[in-house]
Design a protein around this ligand. Structure first.
Ligand code: GLU
Length: 282
């Protein structure tokens, strides 16, 4: 059994709320129970939304909650060359194609919705001719790269992953992955050499993560992660999907809905102990 390594991997695009506190405390708790290591990773690949001041605030909030982790912290924006090299391996197998569609075009030609409810890409750019691609690249049109989903799935074969839950100690169950539900996912976003999906699998492997612990809402994306792990020859961790902290209306907390942040609760007089108790880790 390898040394257990678990991670909390927030995106510094806002301040942490109670849902993040729960996920971080959950991961830290289970790293301790398994006799393993708890790592922090900053997933700041989106330069338009992530800010260094949010990264600093996240680390301060987590320390305030009583969490500690080994330094240096892995910061994804410092690793673009590594993601580019991973994407290059997919390019070399002709598994990626350039897509010049705007959000509106993707929406207009969608063939349904992916498991996150986002428009499922209709494949507009899948069969662009080499001369058209050259012309548009030469013109400097913003480009993203998508996975050739059907070809990638054929190459990878049937895929499954192992889920233990509600805690990493529970009896593991095999789940079959259904990457076809995601269509031709974006692997390299406009202006960056990666997407969330590519960076997360590359980094989980680079850090030797043995147990991925994340919210239940993220379970569907595992379909894509195991496909990429297979294509890139990366080890597959064990997955545990924890409960979500909900608001008074039973909805998931979120930055976009303006859920109270740990800092605002702290300013209102909440102690770290009270926060820990509130989410069940006293
Ligand atoms: N960075 C992602 C987020 O903040 C989560 C990372 C993961 O667990 O894969 O939503």
């Amino acid at each position: 059994m390898p040394h257990p390594i678990l991670r909390f991997a927030p995106s510094p695009n806002g301040h942490l709320h109670l849902g993040h506190a729960y996920s971080a405390l959950y991961t830290h708790f289970w790293a301790g129970r398994l006799g393993g290591t708890f790592l922090l990773r900053l997933e700041d690949t989106d330069p338009t939304r992530c800010k260094p001041e949010f990264a600093d605030a996240i680390m301060e909030d987590l320390h305030w909650l009583g969490l500690a982790w080994p330094e240096p912290v892995m910061v994804q924006s410092e690793r673009f060359d590594i993601y580019a090299a991973a994407a290059q391996r997919l390019h070399a197998h002709d598994l990626l194609y350039p897509c010049f569609c705007s959000r509106t075009e993707v929406h207009e030609h969608a063939i349904g919705a992916d498991p996150d409810g986002a428009p499922l890409y209709g494949g507009t750019c899948r069969h662009l001719s080499p001369s058209e691609i050259d012309e548009r690249l030469g013109r400097g049109d913003p480009v993203q790269y998508r996975l050739r989903g059907a070809e990638a799935r054929a190459l990878a074969g049937p895929l499954s992953f192992t889920v233990a839950g509600p805690t990493p100690l529970d009896r593991p169950q095999i789940r079959y992955a259904r990457p076809e539900l995601w269509g031709d996912v974006i692997i390299q976003r406009k202006g960056t050499p990666t997407s969330y999906h590519l960076a997360v699998v590359v980094d989980d492997a680079a850090q030797g993560i043995t147990h991925v612990t994340r919210g239940r809402d993220m379970e569907p994306s595992t379909d894509i992660h195991v496909l990429l792990q297979m294509l890139l020859g990366l080890a597959q961790p064990l997955y545990t999907f924890h409960r979500l902290i909900l608001d008074a209306e039973g909805k998931k907390l979120s930055k976009s809905k303006g859920s109270p942040t740990l800092r605002s609760l702290r300013q209102d007089g909440w102690s770290a102990e009270a926060i820990r108790r509130e989410v069940g880790f006293d």
